[in-house]
Design a protein around this ligand. Structure first.
Ligand code: SAM
Length: 273
């Protein structure tokens, strides 16, 4: 496995990790191996990496994939990587904020990232909403966020994030990663998750309703679904309509949003259209 010596690169080049860019560089090759294995990378795959840093993952991606496009916002790091990969035609380093990237340019690729945690939610939703033909996304996130994404109905972690991500794809835990696998050590535990996109079942009008219903249901967790939906101004439905909707969906009138599955929410969006 191809792995740069991060501590040495940092000390030789006087690089101090920037907290505001979420720079916690991976130094444990066993974690990198797990990420590569989870993505099921083959020499035919194209990969898009978010936040290449000092290349902890990028070197392994270059070794396993057909080609790699890696975004890095910190120009000092991206310039170093550009130089190091200048002879490798299969690696393209892009000095850009990933959140402003035009994902229409890429198709049929895998996404790999040790995400800067401050952009976790926008980066995940950008991938899922804008990405075309993504085969899978293997992402290092804060453990607490992984628990929310992977949780089940009727548990405290279950919420809008769980339902929204699971609408787009199947989710699984790859590994839990302790702080000592990074330099500098983050203050939180981390987890690698894998998202495998699935076919979207709603049209755009229904999708809009779906996300509004999800938002309404979890913004008032303690309320019954009837009350949560009818009191959410964005939805603009009466209590009578909300009752009728829940009856049509075959759900109990006393039910609360946190007990509904993603399929139940999809069904409600279709019925409300
Ligand atoms: N991939 C490297 C690794 O595993 O060691 C670095 C991971 S570090 C957690 C996150 C990286 O994302 C940092 O290098 C940081 O500069 C970069 N980054 C932060 N915000 C970014 C953004 N909006 N777009 C692209 N890269 C970003």
């Amino acid at each position: 496995m191809n792995m740069p010596d991060i501590r040495k690169i940092m000390s030789e080049n006087k690089i101090f990790a920037k907290k505001n860019y979420g720079q916690n560089f991976l130094t444990d090759f066993r974690v990198i191996e797990k990420i590569i294995a989870a993505a099921q990378l083959s020499s035919q795959d194209s990969v898009l990496e978010i936040g290449a840093g000092l290349g902890s993952l990028t070197y392994s991606l270059a070794e396993h994939a057909y080609n790699t496009v890696a975004f890095e916002i910190d120009t000092r790091l991206s310039e170093m990587l550009k130089e190091n990969f200048s002879a490798d035609k299969n690696v393209e380093i892009i000095s850009q904020d990933f959140l402003t990237a035009d994902l229409n340019k890429y198709e049929n690729y895998k996404i790999i990232a040790n995400l800067p945690y401050y952009i976790t939610a926008p980066a995940i939703f950008k991938i899922l909403e804008e990405g075309k033909g993504i085969k899978n996304a293997v992402l290092m996130v804060q453990k607490e966020v992984a628990q929310r994404i992977l949780s089940r109905p009727n548990t405290p972690d279950y919420g809008a994030m769980t339902v929204s991500v699971s609408y787009y794809g199947n989710t699984e835990l790859v590994a839990n990663v302790p702080p000592n696998c990074f330099v500098p050590r983050p203050n939180v535990d981390s987890s690698v998750i894998k998202i495998t996109p699935k076919k979207r079942t709603l049209n755009s009008e229904e999708e809009k309703l779906f996300f509004t219903i999800v938002k309404a249901s979890f913004s008032k967790r303690r309320k019954t679904l009837v009350n949560a939906l009818s009191s959410f101004s964005e939805l603009n439905i009466s209590k009578i309509r909300a009752t009728e909707l829940i009856n049509q969906a075959g759900l109990d009138l006393n039910i609360r949003g946190e007990t509904l599955s993603t399929k139940d929410f999809e069904n409600l969006a279709k019925l409300l259209k």
